[in-house]
Design a protein around this ligand. Structure first.
Ligand code: F0G
Length: 429
């Protein structure tokens, strides 16, 4: 291709392009977290640890809006899968790392369903500042995430148990060995995660949407989002807060049971402790354990339960649960309409759809669903959804109550023969 450069008028110098994104070479301005550091002012600029997290996008997704039941132009997907480790965790990890370095930590640990551990492992190997020690439940972590931890060189401890078992152990171990804990019990993580909301507002030209919808696991995101909006309101930087919807997987629905079914509320800092304790006592007595295809949020005892109740109070929140069937169908619609996501992320879209069906979210309202993790984190679930192999479907999805793949895009098997290939393309396209 040849251009008529006289007409196209190229710039005189490559420096011209700098003006388009003026401060890109300053790591603090480049980071989608630290660009907002005046709103998380715990760290001196020179102490910040950043690897360029938070370059994420808000996409207006009309195909998904149709599935959810809101009007075109009203549904937005905040793609946190575009972070360096492929999930929203990098927002908080950058903040926790900044604090960990400031206090001279040499090792950092977490229990994880896979994304926190991938993020920790990445920050450790990129910065060389600390050694990562990660605890995962055996068989409880999607392959994409396990692959990351192993590749990044983290010391990976697989516990014969689930996330909650791993969480209990990592707390004990980090206390005993003096290892810095980066799970979202760490308040610095939540400071970093506040910036997800700042980027959403920025993309909407600082207009507050009507709804923020996010998946609920350990409830760090919901807590951080509530804190962000409470602070922005207090500072007079926004005129009102959006409503917050937190969506559990039906197989891991502690928040839904407590908030929606039993009516537990923040209650000015005094939630009904007896109701909460009773719920967990029942859970232990009945040996109920979380079980969902959305392995990222397969959690029994969310560590940020109290902070999340506060966020729900600040944002007039609602909590819903979505079945694995609803989650997988929503995930396939997200994939068909945009960049794709992992199962847990699609809980937000499945939940938004339920809330529209109930009339809680209006078809005219502006809704932002947070897509927390990248599509490639859990290829097993995606391939099982689209497969023609019934055994594979049953093993991965059927065993969790998913009956059909309503939006399956099945591969077409054809012999290695030109005529047959052409016939198949003509038949199916
Ligand atoms: N979505 C994804 C993709 C996640 O990895 C997680 C949590 C959540 C949603 C839930 O977010 O905890 O803030 O409510 N993953 C954690 C982990 C538990 O270990 O990676 P939350």
């Amino acid at each position: 291709m040849a251009y008529d450069w006289d007409k196209a008028r190229p710039p005189d110098s490559l420096r011209f392009f700098e003006s388009k994104w003026a401060k890109r070479s300053d790591p603090l301005a480049y980071s989608g977290v630290w660009r907002f550091r005046e709103l998380l002012p715990f760290a001196a600029p020179e102490s910040v640890v950043t690897i360029g997290e938070g370059q994420t996008q808000l996409q207006c997704a009309d195909a998904v809006a149709k599935f959810v039941g809101v009007k075109p132009g009203r549904l937005f997907l905040q793609y946190e899968g575009m972070n360096p480790s492929g999930s929203f965790k990098d927002n908080g990890m950058s903040a926790a790392f900044t604090h960990a370095r400031a206090i001279g930590a040499r090792r950092a640990a977490c229990a994880s369903t896979g994304n926190t551990s991938a993020s920790l492992a990445l920050y450790c190997c990129v910065t060389g500042l600390m050694r990562a020690v990660i605890f995962v439940g055996s068989g409880k972590i999607a392959y994409g995430k396990l692959a990351q931890a192993l590749d990044y060189g983290a010391l990976t401890i697989q516990i014969a148990g689930d996330f909650d078992d791993a969480m209990q152990r990592v707390k004990q171990v980090s206390q005993r060995l003096g290892i810095y804990l980066v799970n979202s019990v760490n308040p610095f993580r939540l400071e970093g995660q506040k910036t997800i909301m700042l980027r959403v507002l920025e993309a909407l030209r600082w207009e507050v949407p009507d709804w923020i919808v996010c998946p609920g696991g350990n409830l760090g995101n919901a807590s951080a989002f509530g804190k962000a909006f409470a602070e922005l309101l207090e500072l007079g930087l926004i005129p009102r807060v959006p409503r917050l919807a937190v969506v559990n997987a039906a197989g891991a629905d502690t928040l839904y049971q407590l908030y929606h079914v039993r009516g537990v509320r923040w209650n000015d800092g005094e939630p009904d402790a007896a109701a909460i304790d009773g719920f967990f006592a029942d859970m232990d007595r009945q040996k109920r354990r979380a079980e969902t295809i959305a392995s990222a949020i397969e959690i029994n005892r969310p560590v940020n339960l109290f902070k999340c109740l506060r966020a729900l109070a600040v944002c007039d929140g609602v909590v819903r649960e979505a079945t694995d069937q609803q989650i997988m169908d929503a995930k396939s619609r997200v994939g068909a309409g945009g960049y794709g996501c992992e199962p847990a992320s699609a809980a937000s879209v499945a939940g938004a759809k339920l809330l529209v069906e109930e009339g809680v979210i209006g078809a005219d309202e502006r809704v932002v669903c947070i897509l927390t993790g990248h599509q490639l984190k859990d290829p097993t679930a995606t391939v099982a959804y689209h497969t023609t192999d019934q055994d594979q479907f049953n093993k991965v999805l059927g065993s969790r109550g998913v009956k059909r793949a309503a939006f399956a895009n099945r591969a077409v098997e054809v012999a290695n023969d030109l005529d047959e290939i052409i016939r198949a393309i003509q038949l199916y396209s």
